[in-house]
Design a protein around this ligand. Structure first.
Ligand SMILES: *Cc1c(COP(=O)(O)O)cnc(C)c1O
Ligand SMILES: [Zn+2]
Length: 388
């Protein structure tokens, strides 16, 4: 049984009823976050209970928002491998390097976790038409889970999005529309149509449940590291759902009393051509401003406007983490190395974390003994090698 209690605005503290569809706190223009009865879970649940359950994100159903087990739909998402990368680690003089390979998820990226959750919850709340603007991967995940749920998805992509993302969305039966402009402009242009049609939006952080799906990455890490979390996590950051989701996971596990040792430092990795999060972190800003003319071949990181800016900055700062930027050339080289040295199929976004790690080592920021996790957020197969 889910221990979901309420939805809370993290800015003003207002509570919202999770039994009806909710979007954001309009007063604060902030995402809403799920609150659980962790005190009850602490009494009733044992952290060792999860290992014996069937694989996948629903192992954690008590800490997830779907109430009725019949809505726990699955395509086999989650419980992705954590691969120890000793040869890459050795090249940098490190000893404990791991890569969480999210490319093994349905539709080839970690977007499956969030959209599985959002679509399952939408189904539970009686919603039958969902829409989103996307750089690509979120759209295919939405399309796949909507098909599975028997509901209609409407996906809006920048006109210059690579063809493979467009084809993938249509292959799962979603309606695709391509619009001019960058992702933020695509979202604004599509919003009017969606409102007129009465479609429910599942864009990043515009509803409270995608981030709960992403939270499972943090839960899996805690379990895999025997409840003593790694010292550093490098995450390729676009809208920041994974950072906020994992930080939420760690805080909840802490409240449950299941963790031993300190929480990890979160490192937001972004490309030079679109680094609004890193810029705000380095300048000490409270909010993240729009990045003009975002440019990177790592399309999942081409997010000029970070809607959950306060939450993303809070997660990284509370963790005493930081940001790091990498160049396009470094990203391409990093991808080649992940493939040739460890046999991993990395997307450009994921490869950026290996490039970022190299920068951190060069700066002397990392102790050699640190346990480090890189997130390869997707398969390399959607982005032709040497042709981006
Ligand atoms: C969406 C995406 C990202 C960025 O994820 P956020 O959690 O929104 O920051 C990174 N990598 C890939 C492959 C993506 O599709
Ligand atoms: Zn509020």
């Amino acid at each position: 049984m889910s221990a979901l209690e309420s939805l809370e605005c993290p800015v003003c503290g207002s509570l919202y009823d999770p039994r009806v569809p909710q979007t954001i706190c309009a007063a604060c223009v902030s995402p809403l976050l799920c609150q659980y009865d962790l005190a009850a879970l602490k009494r009733e649940l044992d952290r060792d209970a999860f290992a014996a359950r069937p694989r996948g994100i629903w192992r954690w159903h008590e800490m997830l928002p779907v109430l009725d087990p019949s809505h726990q739909m699955t395509l086999g998402e989650g419980d992705t491998p954590l691969i120890k990368a000793d040869r890459l680690a050795g090249a940098l003089g490190l000893r404990h390097l791991y890569i969480k390979d999210e490319g093994r998820n349905p539709t080839g990226t970690f977007k499956a976790r969030g959209l599985c959750m959002a679509v399952a919850k939408a189904l539970e709340l009686g919603l039958r038409e969902l829409w989103m603007p996307t750089a690509g991967n979120a759209g295919s995940a939405l399309a796949a889970y909507a098909a599975r749920a028997g509901i209609q998805a409407y996906v809006f992509m920048p006109a210059d999005a690579p063809e493979i993302y467009q084809r993938e969305v249509m292959a799962y039966g979603a309606r695709l529309e391509r619009l001019p402009g960058f992702l933020d402009q695509v979202g604004e242009r599509a919003e009017k149509q969606a409102r007129e049609q009465g479609w429910f939006g599942v864009a990043t952080f515009k509803e409270p449940y995608r981030v709960e799906g992403k939270k499972t990455m943090g839960l899996e890490l805690a379990e895999a590291f025997k409840w003593r979390l790694p010292e550093v996590i490098l995450y390729p950051t676009g809208g920041g759902t994974g950072l906020v989701g994992m930080w939420k996971a760690f805080r909840e596990l802490e409240a449950l009393g299941w963790l031993e040792g300190p929480l990890p430092k979160l490192v937001a990795v972004q490309p030079e051509g679109c680094a609004p999060v890193v810029r705000a972190l380095e300048k000490g800003h409270e909010r993240i401003s729009l990045w003009r003319r975002p440019r990177t071949a790592a399309h999942g990181l081409r997010v000029p406007k970070v809607f959950a800016d306060r939450l993303v900055l809070k997660a990284v700062r509370e963790s005493t983490g930081r940001g790091v930027v990498v160049s396009e050339v470094e990203i391409q080289e990093a991808r080649t190395e992940l493939g040739q040295v460890e046999g991993l199929s990395a997307c450009l976004e994921g490869a950026a974390t290996w490039a970022g790690l190299k920068r951190l080592v060069k700066e002397g920021w990392l102790p050699a003994e640190a346990r480090i996790v890189l997130f390869n957020t997707g398969t390399g197969l959607k982005q032709a090698v040497g042709r981006n």
